[in-house]
Design a protein around this ligand. Structure first.
Ligand code: ZN
Length: 228
């Protein structure tokens, strides 16, 4: 024995509302640990483009205006996980969304002796998140970003960079819109959080702090998962 044990590649799930920095964190994990982020949309598109068996089924369903079934998504995921770049581990994004999907995923992973090593919930303070997102605006001239609470131009309404006076706000960033998006997220995710909590796989990370701190917390969870 050389002291090394064969371990299955870690499988992580990142849960977090829009604005919690999930994409940024996933990219950092990809760079630092060689994990591959698998998002459902990308998986479907790739499988359809490659014309795999499951991809053909997905294409037929989508062309008929239907929703791709869990079985098809699982089949696509099975194919994808077998590819060599997934050997160091994966981060799942956008799947599972329901506990039924989570159970199907557990069965799939069990086929190769894998499991969900960590379901990480990026936790946000809803009120602070509404302030953070709804305060954003950009200069229509040069695209410089500003914020009502955190970064005002030196002269109100005038861009520091280009002197432009046309400031833009995204309709999506309205306080009510952000609040209802967060509400929908919590309603949708609560059962999943409960599911992984029961399995002892849930970790919660404060996603309101500095990006580096969040990355360090996440890194520790990945290292822990990889060591098992
Ligand atoms: Zn400007």
């Amino acid at each position: 024995m050389d002291g090394q044990t064969m371990t299955a590649a870690p499988v992580l799930i990142l849960l977090g509302p829009p604005g919690a920095g999930k994409g940024t964190q996933a990219r950092m994990l990809e760079e630092k640990f060689g994990l591959v982020q698998l998002s459902t949309g990308d998986l479907l598109r790739a499988a359809v483009a490659q014309g795999t068996e499951a991809g053909k089924q997905a294409k037929a369903v989508m062309e008929a205006g239907g929703l791709v079934s869990d079985e098809i998504v699982i089949a696509i995921l099975r194919d994808r996980l077998a590819e060599p770049d997934c050997a160091k581990g994966v981060i799942l994004d956008g799947f599972p969304r329901t506990t039924v999907q989570a159970e199907a995923l557990d069965r799939l992973l069990a086929e190769t002796g894998q499991k969900i090593d960590a379901a990480v919930s990026l936790e946000v303070d809803d009120a602070a998140m509404v302030t953070r997102i709804s305060g954003r605006y950009t200069c229509g001239g040069c695209g410089e970003g500003y914020h009502d609470a955190f970064k005002q131009p030196a002269k109100a309404g005038v861009c520091d960079k280009c002197g432009g006076t046309e400031m833009k706000r995204r309709a999506d960033d309205k306080a009510e819109t952000v609040a209802s998006r967060l509400e929908a997220y919590h309603a949708q995710t609560a059962p999943l959080i409960g599911y992984y909590e029961e399995k002892g796989a849930l970790s919660r990370i404060d996603a309101m702090g500095a990006i580096d701190k969040i990355a360090a917390d996440l890194g520790a969870i990945v290292e822990d998962a990889t060591a098992h």
